[in-house]
Design a binder for this molecule. Structure first.
Ligand code: HEM
Length: 265
């Protein structure tokens, strides 16, 4: 009797959870909410990532100290998997909602055409949703190169001072002219993406109020400028700091010689 009621409860719970999750992904409001939540999660990552990168200005000891302390954390693989999931979900939903918007737009176009209205409904090229997709796609392109640079360290045109050394690798990448152009462009597009995305995420989550929305928009704009400028300045200031480049050149430790000190994720 008791077992039966537990089973009933758990199947009821399963059904409820499934309905809730299904609704999140099958309704356009649900999808917008997930996009907003994942977007805000990624904003949180950007703050932490930028704060960590600021150690580069302090030199090798400070940056490698920070990088080694981070890489020793047992929770890091879990956090990286979570971050990867956030990116995947955000990107997937960006494609789905953009496709849906286009389909809805062309449907309304066809309907109005069939009513023989002369007015042509042009796709709003400069609309925020279009612009969010384009800027997001550019940031994604930057991100792919960035992972190849920093995590995989596979760029053949980057002159590496030492293999698998966090500080030396970051300085080598940031001193490369191709990286400088791509990183600066990527962060400008990131700024545009955040300038609309931050406040729009609050709206998607239903946090929309005539009293608070203007403030959220201003905070979003400040957030976008500060984060984008913070990343943008790194490939400009770092190569112009001879002290930092010299420190990177002096790193001649190979993995074979000092495996513990050169550990990289
Ligand atoms: C332009 C300045 C930037 C620098 C110098 C920089 C530096 C780095 C470094 C050194 C790593 C490797 C970290 C590690 O091994 O633990 C890394 C990883 C990463 N960066 Fe950046 N980054 C920059 C901008 C960005 C931006 C703008 C984004 C996002 C749009 C981003 C997203 C990532 C991601 C997703 C990873 C992989 C994180 C992980 O798997 O732990 N980075 N970055």
């Amino acid at each position: 009797m008791a077992t039966g009621s537990v089973e009933n409860n758990s199947s009821w719970l399963k059904k409820l959870n499934l309905t809730w999750v299904t609704r999140l992904f099958t309704s356009s409001i649900g999808r917008k909410m997930v996009m907003g939540a994942t977007g805000l999660g990624l904003c949180g990552f950007l703050v932490v990532h930028l704060a960590g990168n600021l150690f580069l200005y302090k030199g090798r000891e400070a940056y490698d100290g920070y990088a080694h302390a981070l890489h020793e954390q047992e929770w890091l693989p879990l956090a990286e998997a979570g971050l990867f999931a956030l990116f995947l979900l955000h990107i997937y939903l960006a494609f789905v909602t953009t496709w849906e918007n286009r389909r809805a737009r062309s449907k309304s176009y066809v309907m109005r055409e069939s009513k023989r209205q002369d007015r042509v409904i042009a796709a709003p090229v400069g609309s925020p949703s279009n612009w969010m997709f384009v800027s997001g796609a550019v940031v994604l392109g930057f991100l792919i190169l960035h992972i190849i640079d920093m995590k995989l360290q596979l760029r053949p045109d980057v002159q590496h001072y030492a293999e698998h050394e966090s500080f030396a690798n970051a300085i080598a990448v940031l001193s490369n002219p191709v990286s400088q152009v791509v990183y600066c462009l990527g962060t400008v597009f990131l700024g545009f993406h955040l300038s609309h995305g931050f406040s729009s995420a609050f709206q998607s989550l239903g946090l929309n109020h005539p009293k608070y929305t203007p403030t959220i928009k201003v905070v979003g704009l400040i957030f976008a400028v500060v984060v984008a400028a913070g990343f943008f300045l790194l490939p400009i200031i770092v190569p112009m700091s001879p002290g930092l480049v010299e420190q990177a050149k002096q790193v001649e430790v190979s993995i074979d010689e000092a495996p513990a000190a050169t550990a990289h994720p």
